[in-house]
Design a protein. Structure first.
Length: 389
């Protein structure tokens, strides 16, 4: 058992607890949380009464472990480039849990990540969620799969039309390939169901199986879209097929906030602290999270690591807060909102009884300039500590 004492505990699901205490059991679960809790004789005490605790951060769109950090281009395993439609590939098969990026995530206070394939293909494959500590990725998994990755705009155009000289070379082409994929998956699903009803043998098509899962709403479609027209096309397609979905990046979302808010979409917003290096990010603004949330969009902040180094995730939150995102909403956008969007809120995203004891120790209140992450805990175990304060 471990008793943690802190100056303030931000639970996210409720009010902050001043002079808070949190009891962690031997399974790494939160047994109790509050004030003036009883400390048993055999309980280890972590007295950080001058520190602040927040839930472990959740990065809902990242490529840690699969983008060559410290390994070079040979380990850029995020996209299966040679074909534009690759629903059969799985991010879990391309992730190196011992890559330096996982340590960077822990340094950044990130305890849970949703790792997705890249955005080179209109249909890119399946993502999954895992903790950021461990050596065997299978043991780190929280949920698999967590969504089917898709992409609109310049990335698939550049990768295929310019990179390999085949479709898609236009936005029309990207959209048509996504529609065609889901039409094929729909027919595939009908045949599969009919075969199952008749007790007949059915040959699985792993590519279309992913699309069928999305059509059955077993997993959401997570679709990369920066520019406002791409976002609208993504929403249009998802509504045509009745998909659960999230808009990944949503950089121009603030330009069409009323439309997106009326649909109560989920937007994975980021990366922040980044230059507008693409034609489709010309309208980037740090106020985007605040402007979207004001319109009723469910906002989750993301790093898209390595495009924002995951070590600076909390700094991105501070910038979003500076540009109008309210404090409580900013913290939720980095914890409980992504947990719910991924479907893992029963375990992570807030500090509550029965949940995993994933938490971050800060020197001061979140989003303050001088506040630093001092240590990161996953399931009650310290997995990262700052050597120099």
């Amino acid at each position: 058992m471990l008793m943690v004492k802190a100056d303030i505990i931000y639970t996210v699901s409720g009010d902050p607890i001043n002079n808070g205490m949190m009891l962690v059991d031997d399974r790494g679960k939160i047994e109790d949380i509050g004030v003036d809790l009883t400390v048993s004789e055999n309980c280890e005490v972590l007295d950080i009464s001058d520190k602040v605790i927040i839930p472990g951060l959740i990065d809902a769109h990242t490529h840690v472990g699969m983008w060559g950090d410290g390994e070079g281009r040979d380990s850029y395993d995020g996209n299966e480039y040679l074909r534009p439609i690759t629903g059969e590939v799985r991010a879990i098969d391309g992730v190196n849990p011992m890559q330096v990026s996982f340590e960077g995530a822990r340094e950044g206070g990130i305890t849970t990540v949703q790792i997705l394939p890249g955005s080179g293909n209109p249909i890119g494959g399946l993502g999954f969620a895992c903790k950021t500590w461990g050596k065997v990725i299978d043991d780190m998994i929280i949920k698999d799969p967590t969504g089917l990755k898709g992409a609109m705009g310049e990335n698939p155009k550049r990768t295929h039309g310019k990179g390999f000289g085949h479709t898609p070379i236009s936005r029309m082409g990207v959209a048509s390939m996504i529609r065609d994929y889901f039409e094929q998956a729909k027919e595939y699903g009908k045949k599969k169901n009919l075969a199952n009803q008749k007790g007949e043998i059915f040959d699985l098509d792993l590519n279309l199986e992913s699309g069928w899962m999305a059509l059955e709403r077993k997993i959401p479609f997570r679709i990369h879209a920066h520019r406002h027209d791409d976002i609208l096309t993504a929403v249009r397609i998802c509504e045509e097929f009745g998909l659960d979905y999230s808009i990944e990046h949503c950089t121009d979302g603030h330009l069409i906030g009323d439309h997106l808010g009326s649909k109560k979409i989920t937007a994975m917003v980021g990366p922040g602290l980044s230059p507008s290096t693409k034609v489709e990010t010309a309208n980037f603004t740090d106020a985007n999270p605040a402007l979207l949330a004001e319109k009723g969009v469910n906002v989750c902040l993301i790093t898209d690591h390595p495009f924002l180094n995951c070590r600076y995730f909390l700094t991105y939150g501070a910038v979003a807060h500076k540009y109008g995102f309210p404090f409580d909403e900013t913290l939720r956008a980095m914890t409980l909102n992504p947990a719910k969007a991924i479907g893992i809120e029963e375990r992570v995203g807030s500090l509550e009884r029965g949940k995993d004891a994933d938490f971050v120790v800060l020197s001061g209140k979140p989003f303050k300039y001088k506040s630093v992450i001092e240590s990161t805990f996953i399931e009650g175990k310290q997995v990262w500590k700052r050597d120099i304060i």
